[in-house]
Design a protein around this ligand. Structure first.
Ligand code: PLP
Length: 431
C-alpha cells in the first residue's frame, strides 16, 4: 500500500533476502552434490544492475545473450571472465565486444559462428575458449515455446546427424579457438530431473567420442538451467537437491565410463533464482460483468509488463493487497490487463473479495521473464522497480516517461510538449 502510494503502479517489488537465499540455496545444493560447481545466473530472466550486484556477492557468474547483456553485466561489476556468451545468432560486432571485454567463455551455436570467432580471434590476437552448444534431441515435455533441446530446435549442433562431430573437429583444428567443453540447455520449466540426467549422459557420450577421435577432454560441462518453478506460488517447484544429485550422478557416471577427470559443472538457473524474488502491484480500475459468463476486473498493467500468460499460458495467482479481506465473500473474477488485445488476460479465474476501483492487487512470482520481456505496447511507459531490504524500499528502475517512449524517434516538425505520466498539465511550447 505504502509502496504503491510512493512509487505508483504497476510496480515490481523485489525482495533482497529472497533473491540472496534463492541463489545461496541453489549453490549450496549443487556444491553438496558436486563440489566443482559454478552457478552462472541466466541474465535473460531479468538483468538489473542493482540485482546483479547482489548476485555477484552471492558468487554467481552471468550467462549473457547479447551485447546489451554484456554491457549490463559489466555495469553491475560482473568479472568478464565469469560471463558465458550464448545465443543462436551472435553478430560479429557482439563477438568482438565479448572478446574485447574479456568474456570468459563463448557457447558456439553454429558453423557461421566458428568462422566469425576465428576472424575475431585473429583480429584481436587472442585465443578464445569455447564450449559447443549441443542439441542432444532430448524432449523436455515442457511448453513448446520453452523447448530448446528437442530435435526440431533452432539452438545448437545436432548430435545425431554428425553436425556436432564436424563442429568439434573444426574447433579442435582451429589455431585460434580452444574447445573446453560442452553445453546443452534442453528447455525451461522442467519438473523432471531425470531429463537433465539423460541430457548429461548424451553430452558425456559425445565427449567420449570426441576424445577418442580428436583427443580433447571436457574441462567444463554445462547442462543449462531450466529448473521448474510453479508460477502460481503453490510451492510445486522441482526439488533442487534432486536436480543437483541427478546432475552429479550423470557426470560421475560419465567420468567413470570415459575416464575423464572431474570437469567443472556450470549450471545456469534464471527463473529459479529470480522468479520468487518479486511481486507485482497493480491498481484495480474498470469492472465489466457479463451475466452468466464472467466478471472482468481490469488493472493498470498487463501484457506489456508481463507477457507470460499470453505467450506461455502461465498461470499466476493474485491477492488483495490494500486491506485484509478476512471474512469477506470470495467471488470469481478474471483479471484483465489494459492493453488493446483480447488476449491480454493476466489471471483467468481468480477468487477475490468484491473489488472497487483503486484497490490494489499483488501478483507473486513475477521476477523472471516479465520485466525482461516488457514492451512499450500501446506506447505505455514500463513500470518502476523497487528493491526491499530490512523494511526499506529503494528505487532501482524509474518508471519510464513519455519522453522515454519517443527517445529514438526522429520527427523534424515535432512539437515540444511537456507532459508526464499521471500529470494533468499538458502544455504546448512553441518550437
Ligand atoms: C542457455 C540457457 N541457459 C539458461 C537458461 C535459463 O533457463 P531458466 O530461466 O529456465 O532457468 C536459458 C533459458 O532460456 C538458456 O537458454
Amino acid at each position: 500500500m505504502t509502496l504503491a502510494r510512493e512509487f505508483g503502479t504497476p510496480l515490481y517489488v523485489f525482495d533482497e533476502e529472497t533473491l540472496r537465499s534463492r541463489a545461496r540455496s541453489i549453490r549450496d545444493a549443487f556444491l553438496r552434490a558436486y563440489d566443482r560447481t559454478r552457478i552462472v545466473y541466466a541474465g535473460k530472466a531479468y538483468l538489473s544492475p542493482a540485482l546483479m550486484r547482489i548476485l555477484v556477492e552471492e558468487r554467481c557468474g552471468l550467462d549473457v545473450v547479447s551485447g546489451g547483456e554484456i554491457y549490463a553485466g559489466l555495469v553491475a561489476g560482473v568479472p568478464p571472465s565469469d560471463m558465458i556468451f550464448h545465443g543462436n545468432n551472435k553478430s560479429r560486432a557482439e563477438l568482438q565486444e565479448a572478446v574485447a571485454a574479456g568474456v570468459g567463455l563463448v557457447a558456439v551455436d553454429n558453423d557461421l559462428e566458428i568462422t566469425l570467432l576465428e576472424a575475431v580471434s585473429r583480429e584481436s590476437d587472442r585465443e578464445i575458449e569455447v564450449v559447443l552448444r549441443l542439441n542432444p534431441g532430448v524432449d523436455p515435455h515442457t511448453h513448446h515455446k520453452m523447448r530448446t533441446g528437442a530435435v526440431d530446435s533452432k539452438f545448437g549442433f545436432p548430435i545425431w546427424d554428425g553436425q556436432a562431430a564436424s563442429a568439434a573437429a573444426r574447433v579442435c583444428e582451429s589455431e585460434s579457438l580452444r574447445l573446453v567443453g560442452y553445453h546443452a540447455h534442453v528447455g525451461s520449466q522442467i519438473f523432471d530431473p531425470l531429463l537433465v540426467e539423460q541430457t548429461i549422459d548424451e553430452i558425456m557420450a559425445f565427449a567420449g567420442e570426441v576424445r577418442d577421435r580428436l583427443g580433447a577432454t571436457p574441462e567444463v560441462i554445462i547442462p543449462g538451467g531450466g529448473f521448474g518453478v510453479a508460477d502460481d506460488a503453490s510451492g510445486g517447484d522441482v526439488s533442487i537437491d534432486e536436480w543437483a544429485n541427478a546432475t552429479a550422478r550423470a557426470i560421475e557416471r560419465g567420468c567413470l565410463r570415459y575416464g575423464f577427470h572431474s570437469p567443472v559443472l556450470v549450471v545456469e538457473p534464471g527463473r529459479a533464482i529470480i522468479a520468487p524474488a518479486a511481486v507485482t502491484l497493480y491498481e484495480v480500475g474498470a469492472r465489466k460483468t457479463i451475466a452468466g459468463v464472467r466478471t472482468y476486473i481490469s488493472v493498470d498493467g498487463g501484457m506489456a509488463d508481463n507477457i507470460r500468460p499470453a505467450l506461455y499460458g502461465a498461470q499466476y495467482t493474485v491477492a488483495l493487497a490494500n486491506r485484509d479481506p478476512e471474512g469477506e465473500q470470495l467471488l470469481p473474477v478474471t483479471i484483465a490487463g489494459k492493453y488493446c488485445e483480447s488476449g491480454d488476460i493476466l489471471i483467468q479465474d481468480a477468487m477475490l473479495p468484491a473489488l472497487d476501483a483503486g484497490d490494489l492487487l499483488a501478483v507473486p512470482m513475477t521476477g523472471a521473464y516479465c520485466l525482461a520481456m516488457a514492451s512499450n505496447y500501446n506506447l505505455t511507459p514500463r513500470p518502476a522497480v523497487v528493491l526491499v531490504h530490512e523494511g526499506r524500499a529503494i528505487l532501482i528502475r524509474q518508471r519510464e516517461s513519455y519522453q522515454d517512449l519517443l527517445r529514438g524517434d526522429i520527427c523534424t516538425e515535432a512539437a515540444d510538449i511537456s507532459m508526464d505520466p499521471g500529470s494533468l498539465s499538458a502544455g504546448k511550447r512553441s518550437l
